[in-house]
Design a protein around this ligand. Structure first.
Ligand SMILES: Nc1ncnc2c1ncn2[C@@H]1O[C@H](COP(=O)(O)OP(=O)(O)O)[C@@H](O)[C@H]1O
Ligand SMILES: [Mg+2]
Length: 217
């Protein structure tokens, strides 16, 4: 994925490094001001952005990828962030996604996950990640079809699960019951607990999870 977009990635990298972005303490409330606005000043191309509770996302739809930036936090005066876990305050949700993607690959179910890869280090020393661009289900309507209740991911033990039934249905029909059940099992064993419409989507028409880091309450 990285090689295909190398030229654009270099431009993005330069824009990030030539801007006044401090990247110090990033969260959902300052991502726009700290990253998006200064980046906009330097980057000549078009992009959009989004941010959830754990990552900021720069979206380059025309190039079919997004860049995910894990939020950081401070431990006293020290900036902390880019590890999967050391204490409650420093989950790197992007790294958590990457490690899950690798385990999904080992099980042969990676097609249900938007591919993610480490990209480059940001000026704060923590990595940014690249992921395939997907259409999210956030604003789609759930179609109440006659899909198979007993295998539904929605019915699996998920703390707040509001999956799109059409999405599940498509995964089931396109990939078959075995694949579907493996994905469902993976979601359970990995405790991917925050599946809702803004965290799932379609990649070239195929249903994929786009935020499978879960949420560490
Ligand atoms: N691969 C992607 N393609 C398109 N949009 C994405 C992608 N990944 C994330 N987004 C957008 O960014 C939002 C936040 O990203 P997400 O990975 O869900 O982070 P968070 O853990 O903060 O919720 C998503 O809800 C979605 O709208
Ligand atoms: Mg999310």
């Amino acid at each position: 994925m990285k090689e295909k977009y190398r030229e654009e990635i270099n431009k993005i990298y330069n824009a990030l490094y030539n801007s006044d972005i401090s990247f110090y303490y990033l969260d959902e409330y300052n991502f726009e001001e700290e990253v998006v606005d200064p980046f906009k000043e330097k980057y000549k191309g078009s992009f959009s952005w989004d941010s959830g509770a754990t990552k900021g996302v720069l979206i380059f739809k025309q190039f079919d990828f997004v860049i995910k930036i894990p939020y950081t936090t401070c431990d006293g005066d020290d900036l902390v962030g880019a590890i999967v876990k050391n204490d409650d305050d420093c989950w790197n949700y992007c790294q958590a996604e990457l490690e899950r993607y690798e385990r999904a690959c080992q099980l042969g179910i990676q097609d249900a996950f938007a591919e993610i890869d480490e990209l480059f280090d940001l000026p704060n020393g923590f990595p940014a990640y690249i992921q395939k661009f997907c259409d999210t289900c956030a604003y789609s309507y759930s179609v109440n079809q006659d899909y198979i209740e007993e295998v539904s991911i929605t019915n699996s033990k998920n703390s707040y699960s509001l999956l799109d039934e059409l999405w599940e249905n498509t995964l089931y029909t396109e990939k078959g019951k075995d694949f579907f059940c493996k994905v469902k099992e993976f979601i359970k064993t990995e405790d991917i607990n925050d599946l809702r419409r803004s965290n799932i989507g379609y990649l070239k028409g195929q249903p994929v999870l786009i935020d499978y880091a879960g949420f560490d309450y």
